[in-house]
Design a protein around this ligand. Structure first.
Ligand SMILES: Nc1nc2c(ncn2[C@@H]2O[C@H](COP(=O)(O)OP(=O)(O)OP(=O)(O)O)[C@@H](O)[C@H]2O)c(=O)[nH]1
Ligand SMILES: [Mg+2]
Length: 451
């Protein structure tokens, strides 16, 4: 289905970007072409697609990529931010006395949503009146009355009255004491002149604070023109997307939001009165793009970058030959934090991934005991561990509450690490040993092994 196309496009884009070390015209041409394909398949209108991809291209090329950030991270972030800003960043509906008018085509969910909104405000302690101004469908008022009874909101209607604006005027007078007045209007199968006239008249009488377009999330390319027409008639201030519990991912909403300049405020997620959620642009776009939690993904990317940066620095220190107890400690800590020595090893040119399993828990335990021991050392001892002998060992052990043997173990570990570190990058076998050593495997496993 159409929306899956967008998700696929985004995955293709990510593959393009992943394979590219830089963000240049060529890459962005590929990325934008794919993004256009996906957005068009997702029923976003052409003009909007072009505008969006232009923005993405401009920003991706002109904004500086922050240090340590990959091309992929940069491009994903720009695409994501552009999509979020289109949706209007989900500014919520104000919690203040107001009149809210719902508009939309037939069966989009206006009446149901009127009930849900009433419930939302009642639960927040407001007095709410519902006004049934659907003069088109005979059963409309009964439907609204049932909903009103469920949520403790009074309902005003005039059975048989054909003048919707008149019902609204009377209803507003009746509900002059209510803090929230919600007007349910009629729908039509298509955008007909009499519908537009009707809602214009209602809006003129009611002067509603919010003119909310209720839009079925399954609506495709029609979303743009629909939103446009309602917007011209009453000036749409907000959009509520219904039936988000279904398979539709709501791509049309992008067009609707762009056409009206209105923000999406709620989504309907079921037939029940409670099934109304404040709009969350992050989640919506993740769903739209079929990428699980995209925001989460962006955050993971950020965290990965930080780790890579610290590993970079560590590698530089190690290769420069300076190696103190603190370095060893940081090195082990970094390994533990990364949860993967593979990454570290893979950073050294010419070295393949190591397949050996690492026991991170053991590494962490050793690290903890080393920390306690090192805390009772002087700064000089940490920087020049070879001065630690005899009396110093006893003193450190006493301070740390361990056997002198533990201190000697630490020093042995240090000497081995130092020796190995000095040959890192020259010798593959050495790397394997280093890996094992970090993993806390007993020293005898590789003592006597050559370099
Ligand atoms: N699953 C699901 N169904 C919904 C949702 N919102 C509305 N519906 C259903 O959609 C159908 C139409 O909803 P209505 O509220 O009557 O739509 P309307 O816009 O008032 O329709 P008209 O008054 O005929 O123009 C009903 O069967 C609702 O139960 C939703 O968020 N999820
Ligand atoms: Mg209705």
């Amino acid at each position: 289905m159409a929306m899956d196309g967008l998700g696929k496009s985004i995955r293709v884009i990510l593959n393009h970007v992943r394979g590219s070390p830089v963000v240049d015209e060529g890459l962005m041409r590929d990325v934008c072409r794919e993004l256009q394909r996906g957005l068009l398949q997702a029923d976003v209108n052409v003009q909007l697609v072009l505008q969006l991809t232009n923005n993405v291209r401009e920003r991706a090329l002109n904004e500086r990529i922050a240090a340590g950030r990959s091309a992929k991270d940069h491009v994903v972030r720009v695409i994501y931010e552009e999509l979020v800003s289109l949706m209007g960043n989900g500014e919520p509906i104000a919690l203040k006395p107001q009149t809210i008018m719902l508009v939309g085509l037939y069966g989009q969910g206006k009446t149901t949503t009127a009930g849900k909104l009433a419930n939302y405000f009642v639960k927040k302690g407001f007095s709410v009146g519902l006004i049934g101004a659907d003069v088109y469908r005979p059963a409309a008022l009964d439907q609204l009355k049932q909903l009103g009874a469920k949520v403790n909101a009074e309902v005003y209607g005039e059975p048989g009255q054909k003048d919707a604006a008149r019902i609204v005027r009377d209803g507003l007078a009746e509900f002059s004491e209510k803090q929230i007045r919600i007007i349910d209007t009629s729908g039509r199968h298509a955008l007909e002149g009499d519908l537009i006239k009707e809602i214009e008249d209602i809006a003129a009488v009611a002067e509603p604070d919010e003119r909310v377009l209720v839009l079925d999330s399954q609506v495709g390319q029609q979303a743009g023109p629909q939103a446009d027409a309602f917007n011209k008639a009453v000036g749409v201030t907000g959009i509520i997307l219904t039936k988000m519990d279904g398979t539709a991912k709501g791509g049309g909403a992008l067009s609707a939001a762009a056409n009206t300049d209105a923000r999406v405020i709620f989504i309907g997620t079921g037939e029940h009165i409670r099934d109304l959620e404040p709009f969350d642009a992050d989640r919506f776009i993740s769903r739209l793009l079929g990428m699980g939690d995209l925001k989460g993904l962006v955050e993971i990317a950020k965290a990965e970058i930080k780790e890579n940066e610290s590993m970079d620095e560590l590698a530089r220190n190690i290769l420069s030959g300076r190696f103190t107890l603190m370095d060893m400690y940081h090195q082990m800590k970094a390994v533990g934090r990364m949860g993967s020595l593979q990454k570290f090893v893979a950073m050294i040119p010419g070295v393949d991934k190591l397949e050996d399993k690492i026991d991170y828990e053991a590494t962490q335990q050793r690290l903890d005991s080393f920390k306690v021991i090192m805390d009772s050392m002087t700064l000089r001892e940490k920087e020049e561990p070879n001065i630690i002998k005899g009396k110093r060992i006893e003193r450190i052990a006493r301070g740390a509450g361990v056997e002198p043997r533990a201190v000697r173990d630490l020093l042995k570990q240090y000497n081995r690490s130092k020796k190995m570190v000095s040959t890192v990058g020259k010798d593959r076998k050495m790397l394997k040993k280093l890996q094992k050593q970090f993993a806390g495997i007993d020293a005898s496993d590789f003592e006597g092994g050559g370099e």
